[in-house]
Design a protein around this ligand. Structure first.
Ligand code: PBG
Ligand code: ZN
Length: 330
């Protein structure tokens, strides 16, 4: 018998054949594009640690959303930078808050674009933590149960402003259930919750914290975000959120947690989102700027890996680039 009978290379020899047998395909339909909104008008401030990303005023974010929608990207994820921060993040749940205003404006300008809003307090608190802080006997931490009603208020005010999907990212216990009940009570039982279900205490959020001006002023987020070493715990986190009514579950970050994405998708069969976070984006940008890797190649390979691991939805700062590349048939 001639050796070898099986030649794996036979299905690779022609580019058209490779196209035919390609198993995982990227589609713009999967992408969610994050945006940072700040007060003012005609403002477009580049974020130094995230080349290609900007802090945008409401009018500028509307312009941006027109472009995003024009590229066929179905959804944006809004983060707000308020004019004033305080201990309990009051601007997060004001009806004229920055995200609420941006949401209304985008809804009006781009009727087919979905507005997903990040529900968390770290952008709005002066201490930079994701909830209200308590101090007892020299011990300071985020107060889980005191934070829940604040998150509920924030979620309901986003819903009133027209948010299509509510995305809590704080990692408090019980917040999905609390937000579900709050939304239902306020007449928004039809609105889905995309829960940041397995969110790790990652070093890769650094550029985001510059962008959102939200680094914690003391300590870190390790008492609420997950330990980077834990896998089984992610399944318990997801199970809890599903039990509490999450419609979409998210794993975050994405690249270093492909095993978690895989396990979550296999175990729950839920619509699963993955967040390719700021540091993952900026690492590719920086290496590409130095000529060390191909930006397009690395961005596509990374996004494909996230999809192959089982992510149905991918939140990525590369969404616009990917949409253009896909359109060009790359
Ligand atoms: C806020 C929040 C963070 C990110 C999304 N929502 C930062 C954090 O938890 O410190 C990170 C996103 C990114 O790095 O792109 N809770
Ligand atoms: Zn937060």
């Amino acid at each position: 018998m001639a050796f070898p009978v099986t030649r794996m290379r036979r299905l690779r020899y022609h580019p058209t054949l490779r196209r035919m047998v390609r198993q995982t395909r990227l589609s713009v339909d999967r992408f969610i594009y994050p945006l940072f909104v700040r007060p003012g008008s005609e403002i477009r401030i580049p974020i130094p640690s995230m080349p290609g990303q900007f802090q945008l005023s409401v009018d500028a974010v509307v312009e941006e959303c027109r472009e995003v929608a024009g590229l066929g990207i179905p959804a944006v994820l809004l983060f707000g930078i308020p004019s004033h921060k305080d201990a309990v993040g009051s601007e997060a749940y004001r009806d004229d808050g920055i995200v609420q205003r941006a949401t209304r404006a985008i809804r009006e300008a781009c009727p087919d674009l979905l507005v997903v809003t990040d529900v968390c307090l770290c952008e709005y608190t002066d201490h930079g933590h994701c909830g209200a802080v308590f101090e007892r006997g020299g011990f300071r931490d985020v107060d889980n149960d005191a934070t829940l009603p604040l998150l509920v208020k924030e979620a309901v005010s986003h819903a009133k402003a027209g948010a299509h999907i509510i995305a809590p990212s704080d990692m408090m216990d019980g917040r999905v259930g609390a937000i579900r009940a709050g939304l239902d009570q306020a007449g928004f039982s039809h609105l889905p919750i995309m829960a940041y279900a397995a969110k790790y205490a990652s070093s890769y959020y650094g550029p985001f914290r510059d962008a959102a001006e939200s680094p914690p002023r003391f300590g870190d987020r390790k008492t609420y975000q997950m330990d980077i070493a834990n896998g089984d715990e992610a399944l318990r986190e997801v199970a809890a959120d599903v039990e509490e009514g999450a419609d979409i579950v998210m794993v975050k970050p994405a690249m270093n947690y492909l095993d978690i994405i895989w396990r979550v998708k296999q175990e729950f069969g839920m619509v699963t989102a993955a967040y390719h976070v700021s540091g993952e984006y900026s690492a590719i940008k920086a290496a590409a700027a130095n000529g060390w890797i191909s930006e397009q190649g690395a961005a596509i390979e990374t996004t494909l890996a996230i999809a192959r691991a089982g992510a149905d939805l991918i939140i990525t700062y590369f969404a616009k680039d990917l949409a253009r590349w896909l359109r060009a048939g790359v």
